[in-house]
Design a protein around this ligand. Structure first.
Ligand code: CMP
Length: 142
């Protein structure tokens, strides 16, 4: 199976609850290598740009408000089949519907405040990684 990279955002709710370390630990235990990771407070334009695909959705304003509320951790995760595997470890968007022991079941509170974001495809993973990290910060090990 191919080695892939995917983007993870540990959202403001989880960072506020001091769960960033616990979430990164779950990801390492699930076989991901954390290739890059930074703590940053998203500005409104950065959050709006990242979620531009959802601009027409009724929850867009709420989503941007939430994502800019306090700092997040943005991380690049690597392993075989990373996109699908991370979506499995992350759990369903709505924590109430997420499987037991997934990140969102353990740490999410609602469909809006759901602890983490993950890329939904390999193409979007490339775009999302490029949105937050210059190529020099995510270069493969020489
Ligand atoms: P995420 O994976 O970050 O991608 C888009 C986000 O929109 C999603 O997780 C949810 O947190 C959020 N979202 C989806 N549906 C709703 C909703 N009905 N109300 C508020 N936020 C939502």
């Amino acid at each position: 199976m191919a080695v892939e990279r995917t983007l993870c955002i540990i959202k403001p709710d989880a960072v506020e609850k001091k769960k960033a370390g616990a979430i990164l630990q779950m990801l390492e235990a699930a076989g991901f290598t954390i290739v890059a990771c930074k703590r940053t407070h998203l500005t409104r334009p950065v959050a709006e740009g990242f979620y531009a695909v959802h601009k027409a959705r009724p929850f867009f304003g709420e989503l941007v408000e939430f994502m800019t509320r306090s700092p997040v951790f943005v991380a690049v995760l690597e392993r075989d089949n990373a996109v699908a595997k991370y979506r499995e470890v992350m759990g369903a968007t709505d924590p109430a519907k997420a499987d037991a022991n997934t990140i969102r079941k353990l740490h999410g509170a609602s469909v809006g405040e759901n602890a983490v974001h993950g890329s939904d495809s390999l193409d979007n993973a490339r775009i999302e990684i490029g949105y937050f990290f210059p190529a020099s910060e995510v270069a493969p090990v020489a």
